[in-house]
Design a protein. Sequence first.
Length: 305
Amino acid sequence: MNDEDRPALPRVGLVGLGAMGLGMARSLRTAHYDVGVHDRRSEAAAAFTREGGTAFDSAGELAATVDVLVGVVVNAAQVEAVLFGPHGAADRLRPGAVFVMCSTVDPVWSAELEKRLADKGVLFLDAPISGGAARAANGELTMMTSGSAAAYALADPVLEAMSSTVYRLGDHAGLGSKVKIVNQLLAGVHIAAAAEAMALGIKAGVPAEALYEVITHSAGNSWMFENRMAHVLAGDYTPLSAVDIFVKDLGLVLDSARPEKFPLPLASTAHQMFLQASASGLGGEDDSAVIKIFPGVDLPEQAGG
């Protein structure tokens, strides 16, 4: 299809060029979007301009130019800053524009945010993501979304450019975040269990490479074991998803269950493991570094390290 024959695309901007956001911005560029970006690290935004994007000095300046603004920041506090902080986006988005929130947050807070933006005439999609940095870069994320038909009508092509699967879970915000909370319960528990199993095997004298090979071809394997224990084998704890992300996310899991008086014994234990890792100074390392809380385990070292 020639450029002149291609349907007009909504103007899109993205705030937050971390491990996930950068890949998502690149996926949008691959899908022929002219992508505006903002990141509080000006050097990250400037680097993306060399790939063909346009950098803006504030979320508000970016918001004034787009139909769809995608927020890929860590938590609710950062979403607040993007929307309602100094030079924030909420007052600059045009009526009828859509804010797509990809952060993992309290579902109740997400539902309240939808109402706050509606008061300004802005549409909202609750759209947490899963898949990791590599899938983000390839436009292969899973998106767990909920929101109004009007929000989907405008944002759908943007969602499709960033993901392989978009789940529509309901017509109001909060449902997407509820499903992401359940996903993070499983992800956090699986990483913690994988680390515990790997540490036990190494402590028992099994070569780490052999243990990994056997488990990844056996019934005890999980996606998290296969993915995160590869980081352990490489001795590389460069954060793709940090320990402190699961301190936050498993905390949200526990918070969401508390009003229901719903017991979460495995999530509670995993949360304590990540808290211990963070308290030991590992909060900024890859979440696979939770394996370092186990004493007396001779972990592989990074090649050349």
